[in-house]
Design a protein around this ligand. Structure first.
Ligand SMILES: [Cu+2]
Length: 489
């Protein structure tokens, strides 16, 4: 550990020296001065905020690329909260230009971080091409450190594989390398830095690479979504993800965004929906669960699964370094959540730093501690669910345990979470249709006394009476906590 961290420090010192003499290209999203300020390693106070807060360049807007005047032989993939990388055709070759660069990224409203990404995005924009395409990809290095790009899952010549030291020289700051190969397969793949992987990938250097089939065997899906999963360690208040973290990640993202920063996934009733999930988390596998449906896993990054071998699921297991493609027909209207079922992954920062107070009577504790520490709050006597709901002040530049207000109540999930909204009609501009209105008789609600009676339901005598109104509590705890009183005891 010690020697490796020393090596790393040495590496950054060298990287900084190279950056000092590097020539940066002018194309891109951030002015040079800001780039340097945002990325001068090593930073003395890790994560310290600067006086001039840069605006995020990667803000979670979705951009689909469709070249003007060209009919595409496929339905474009939608990478929610991200973009498709533009391309052009030069003498029959599909030409892309990817720029490895620092990106100021917003994970969710309230959490902005200095990351490394591609072409102004975190993660990088999605590549989209067709089986049989000859692709030429220019990669410009605008980082203060050498890098390479590996095309994860693609069948290509060894020298195009992008592994620093093994298949090529690293791309030095200021240099532009050319990758060129023919796409011999179709499916869902990924790309990422393969030089100083731990640092560069943990700072965000990854993206999706979609190859459409030349002659699709199946009818085209009506909705084709790409979703990349990743994880981050961002100390509360820090301005940069910590690339040295080994196990304790605290921000979990879909396409680089954390709920409530994730856009909802939309589908019209009856449409065939395809979701291509890729996982490049540093250490975690994810269990992506969709409510209201079962779906079929139709492909992996190893290829299509023949129909007889496709297996039905409600949760798709996502090993790191893999993609899975799932399909279903959106035949059930509603708001259906889609989230990682590893429950710390639907929490963000601070979620696992507290002592377990569940079931402990903390009545009066806050008042006592506040004599010593003004503003202190006891948290978690009845769980963490009401934290976000209370509108409690959170440390600057953090989204600790914050969900979002829902239609009926507060949503107590964040992180790797979004909502599939299936409607008979959707707004023409692709905007969020709002909350689903459950038809009469299809909404869970308080059981009427007469129903309980009719069905012979006997209630326990010692039921708690919970007041969920913040402020009614006798103590300023976070959560309904102390207003819970026992009845009949
Ligand atoms: Cu997960």
């Amino acid at each position: 550990m010690n020697s490796s961290s020393l090596n790393r420090r040495g590496f950054f010192a060298r990287a900084g020296a190279v950056a000092g003499g590097a020539v940066f290209l002018t194309e891109g999203s951030l002015p040079l001065a800001r780039l340097r300020a945002a990325d001068s390693y090593p930073s003395p106070a890790y994560g310290a905020t600067s006086a001039a807060e840069p605006k995020p360049t990667s803000d979670g807007s979705t951009k689909i690329f469709a070249p003007e005047g060209m009919t595409l032989p496929y339905r474009p993939v939608v990478t929610l909260n991200n973009a498709t990388l533009p391309w052009k055709i030069v003498d029959g070759v599909k030409v892309f230009h990817l720029i490895a660069e620092p990106v100021v990224h917003e994970f969710a409203p309230g959490l902005i971080s200095n990351c490394w990404g591609y072409s102004g995005r975190v993660h990088g924009p999605t590549f989209e091409a067709v089986e049989g395409d000859r692709v030429r990809i220019y990669v410009t290095n605008r980082l203060p450190a050498p890098t390479t790009v590996h095309w994860h899952g693609l069948l290509l010549p060894s020298g195009m594989d992008g592994v620093g030291g093994v298949s090529q020289k690293a791309i030095q700051p200021g240099e532009t390398f050319k990758y060129e190969f023919t796409l011999r397969q179709h499916g869902t793949y990924m790309y990422h830095s393969h030089h100083d992987e731990m640092t560069q990938m943990q700072l965000g250097m990854m993206g999706m690479f979609i190859i459409h089939p030349k002659s699709p065997a199946q009818p085209l899906p009506d909705r084709d979504y790409a979703m990349m999963l990743s994880e981050w360690k961002i100390e509360v208040g820090a301005r940069r993800p910590d690339p040295n973290e080994m196990t304790d990640f605290n921000v979990f993202t879909m396409n680089g965004r954390s709920f409530p920063g994730t856009a909802p996934m939309l589908a019209k009733l009856g449409e065939r929906v395809r979701i291509r999930v890729g996982n490049l988390s540093t250490m975690s596998h994810h269990a992506i669960h969709l409510h209201g449906y079962n779906f079929k896993v139709v492909a992996t990054d190893g290829g299509d699964i023949p129909e007889a071998g496709q297996w039905p699921e409600t949760t798709v297991f996502m090993p790191t370094g893999a993609t899975r493609t799932v399909e279903f027909v959106a035949d059930a209207p509603g708001d259906w959540v889609i989230h990682c079922h590893m429950l710390h992954h639907v929490m963000t920062q601070m979620g696992h730093k507290f002592g377990n107070l569940i079931g402990i009577n903390t009545d009066g504790l806050t008042r006592k501690i506040r004599k010593l520490i003004p503003g202190y709050m006891v948290m978690g006597q009845d769980g963490m669910g009401e934290m976000g709901d209370m509108g409690m002040k959170v440390p600057p530049n953090s989204t600790p345990m914050v969900g979002a207000p829902g239609q009926y109540d507060y949503i107590t999930m964040g992180g790797m979470f979004t909502i599939l909204k299936v409607r008979e009609e959707l707004p023409a501009d692709g905007s969020d249709p709002g909350w689903y209105q459950s038809p009469p008789g299809t909404l869970a609600s308080l059981a009427p006394v007469e129903d309980l009676k009719r069905d012979g339901i006997e209630l326990p005598k010692d039921l708690p009476t919970a007041s969920l109104t913040p402020g009614k509590a006798s103590d300023p705890v976070c959560g309904p906590g102390t207003s819970l009183t026992k009845v009949g005891s």
